[in-house]
Design a binder for this molecule. Sequence first.
Ligand SMILES: Nc1ncnc2c1ncn2[C@@H]1O[C@H](COP(=O)(O)OP(=O)(O)O)[C@@H](O)[C@H]1O
Ligand SMILES: CC(=O)N[C@@H](CCC(=O)OP(=O)(O)O)C(=O)O
Length: 244
Amino acid sequence: MEKIVIKIGGNATQQLTESFFEQLAVWQQQGKQVIIIHGGGPQISKWSSDLGLTVTKKNGIRVTDEATLKVTQAVLLGVVQPALCQMIADHGFEVMGLNMADNHLLEGEYVDQPLYGEVGQVTKVNEEWLAQNLHGQIAVIAPLVQTAHSAVLNVNADVAAAKIAEELNAAELVLLTDVPGVIKDGNVISELNNQMAHSLMQDEIIKSGMKPKIKAAFTALEHGVQKVLITDNIENHGTVLKTA
Ligand SMILES: Nc1ncnc2c1ncn2[C@@H]1O[C@H](COP(=O)(O)OP(=O)(O)O)[C@@H](O)[C@H]1O
Ligand SMILES: CC(=O)N[C@@H](CCC(=O)OP(=O)(O)O)C(=O)O
């Protein structure tokens, strides 16, 4: 079954258009399995500062101490995911909200504990369990992993989605964000290759949260995902990433 992996950023979860749900229906009619990875960065930041925690990001990655990890887990699985599942269900789809611990769905390991704290990356996806249990339902997955020692780690949602797309051999990875694509001089770049991306990063035209997004997207492309699209609206062309 062909798989489409969609990453919906924390801002984008609050701005989904009817055309998004129409596209979901088209993919389902075509017999494609849709797997959604949701973000929640703005929501985690808001809850953290409301609770008196300092919000720190390095290279677009949240520095996650033990207290921030608890807030992250609570916000992703208790606030963002149920709201997104409800929206999808309200549009008539069958949906399954999932977390890392469901049958070892997402296993992972630390990225750089001294630098980022409780931040991880996905090392393994329980593809077999997904294949046997989704039965055409739309999967909605939070960007958290469980380590071999049962620790929960926070994962940048773009990085998680790209790795999941790679592990599941997805035909397409769509990164839905709050900008219409990669922007240079006020215009969306319609096609971007790795070399161009690197020079735009060096020139600080691609920065903040766009950096880990682009890096993860190219890694997915290089590992067999056929198409990666960055956009704010599934109807728009956005930026398509190319291998060469
Ligand atoms: N060249 C660029 N083009 C577009 N957005 C960029 C660029 N460089 C940095 N950004 C920033 O990247 C943000 C999108 O990444 P991020 O905040 O991580 O969003 P999301 O939560 O959807 O993953 C944009 O809102 C913008 O502020
Ligand atoms: C390690 C890390 O940075 N994790 C992210 C996970 C959520 C996320 O990536 O959400 P957006 O896609 O909305 O930015 C965070 O804590 O913000």
